[in-house]
Design a protein around this ligand. Structure first.
Ligand code: ADQ
Length: 472
């Protein structure tokens, strides 16, 4: 093993991500406690964390003074401080108003500001330094996502002994779009500090290889990029997944089934329920699906007794301008449909702008006949996988955008181009009127794939591609 005690108290396995995997809970007596956040990444990495004295480096989520490193939930947690200005420039600015829209096909116009870039460099350096101080000799470090693309290179400069992996959770655009980024070479060099760069889809891995050829002039062969200093960097796809067994267990509970029935009654027992669950983000195609549903009602192709839509939207990035505009747009569209097609106590679209626990989400998935997942671009989309996990009886239909990473894996879904309104409408009707035998056939095949490809398998295949030596 590469572990050991070369640097005492240090870790053989280090995860670096924007956020720590815990949420702060302030107790009435004024003390601070930490609750493990429900995210899939923590769950997936749990075994490898425990077996290798794992550490996690990330922001604690507040601009107050950062706590000292502490141990919680079997991990060593190292909080990285961010000032209010850094949150504004590095996180809301460069990460979420420059990179996020650029990497999602410029669905919204990216904003390029030099002071945001400077903050991004400064904060990435702080994460890299924290990782360099935490990692044991020859440790394995796994860096995550678009907020930290410069960390691999910075960390390698500080600690050439480390083995470094990087995973991008969002899409990587083709050179035609990526080339607009004023700091395109710096970002690519940052990523190339890793030994292995992982993506959700094979297409993103090929975009990366092409980018290193076109923008840096490097040679590539298959999944490898050859650097001038002799290093070889591999780029491959590792589609992320969910903890299937855990969610299915929740879905199978009698109280979940009771809650699912109650939800259907509360919205007036329509024949069919359509469901959307998303972070309120302009990449998710929420407006597109509501418009398509509204047109079906207007045309009379679907009646309000036949089908009701439930749209749950999680509040997200509420201080970023585009997200404020989107919220207004979606809420206007919902108001319009309900004004026209709703009746007293019986909206056509039930819209919630709130967070819900796993149990409530599972009940919603159980209550839905048609799951509507229509992102204009999405790295993977875990909601599609969560729906499939909850349909243990092989019922229900999944309508899925071809622009979500999940579309590579689920060819048995009703695949749609969310920009095509007529196509979206026809497919919604097909999914609503799907006969049960056909539904079973499709769902069974999607479930078979999902059960074999859960989040454990994702983490272990990335880590074993990075090194065969790590204990998992
Ligand atoms: P996201 O863009 O956040 O993730 P997604 O993969 O769908 O998108 O994950 C959303 C998660 O939030 C799901 O687990 C879902 O259950 C949960 N959620 C949604 N609405 C909720 C609500 N109202 N209350 C509580 N929970 C809610 C990014 C990328 C994706 C990629 C993931 C993982 O954009 O493409 O799949 O990372 O890599």
């Amino acid at each position: 093993s590469k572990g050991g005690s070369g640097r005492s108290g240090r870790s053989a396995f280090v995860v670096v991500a924007n956020r720590l995997p815990v949420d702060r809970v302030d107790t009435p007596d004024g003390s601070t406690q930490w609750r493990r956040s429900p995210g899939g990444l923590v769950t997936a990495l749990d075994p490898v964390m425990k077996a290798n004295k794992g550490a996690w480096i990330g922001w604690a989520g507040s601009t107050d003074e950062a706590p000292e490193p502490f141990d919680e939930a079997g991990m060593h947690l190292v909080p990285v401080p961010l000032s209010a200005k850094e949150v504004e420039e590095y996180y809301e600015g460069f990460s979420n108003a420059t990179l996020w829209p650029l990497y999602h096909d410029v669905i919204a116009p990216p904003v390029y500001r030099r002071e945001w870039w400077e903050a991004y460099v400064k904060v990435n350096r702080r994460f890299a330094e924290a990782a360099a101080e935490t990692a044991d000799d020859g440790a394995l470090v796994w860096v995550h996502d678009y907020q930290l693309q410069l960390v691999p290179e910075m960390l390698r400069a500080l600690r050439p002994d480390l083995r470094i992996g990087y995973f991008l959770h969002i899409p990587l655009p083709p050179v035609e779009l990526f080339a607009r980024l004023p700091w395109r070479q710096q970002i690519l060099r940052g990523l190339l500090g890793a030994d292995l760069v992982g993506f959700q889809r094979p297409g993103a891995a090929s975009n990366f290889l092409r980018l290193t050829r076109r923008l840096l002039g490097y040679q590539t062969q298959r999944d490898q990029t050859f650097l001038p200093d002799g290093r070889v960097v591999r780029a491959r796809s590792f589609p992320i997944s969910i903890d299937v067994a855990q969610l299915e267990e929740i879905a199978r509970r009698p109280e979940t089934q009771r809650r699912a029935e109650e939800i259907r009654e509360e919205i007036g027992s329509p024949a069919k329920v359509l469901l959307g669950i998303d972070r309120l983000d302009y990449t998710k195609g929420i407006g597109e699906r509501i418009h398509a549903f509204a047109e079906l009602l207007t045309d009379g192709d679907v009646t309000p007794d036949e089908a009701t839509f439930i749209q749950v939207a999680t509040p997200s990035r509420e201080r970023v301008e585009q997200y404020k505009l989107l919220r207004d747009e979606v809420e206007l569209a919902v108001g319009r449909v309900n004004g026209t097609h709703g009746r007293i106590g019986r909206p056509a679209v039930t819209y919630l702008h709130s967070n819900h626990d796993r149990e409530e989400l599972a009940a919603l998935y159980r209550a839905a006949d048609v799951m509507v997942v229509t992102p204009l671009r999405d790295g993977m989309n875990l909601v599609a996988k969560e729906y499939i996990a909850c349909r243990y009886d092989n019922t229900g239909a999944l309508l899925l955008s071809e622009f979500a990473g999940a579309a590579d894996e689920f060819r048995q879904a009703f695949l749609v181009n969310p920009y095509d309104v007529d196509g979206l409408k026809t497919t919604l009707v097909d999914a609503l009127r799907l006969d049960p035998r056909n539904a079973t056939r499709r769902m069974r095949s999607m479930r078979r794939h999902l059960v074999e490809h859960d989040v454990d398998r994702w983490a272990s295949s990335f880590l074993s591609a990075l090194t065969g030596e790590l204990r998992t």
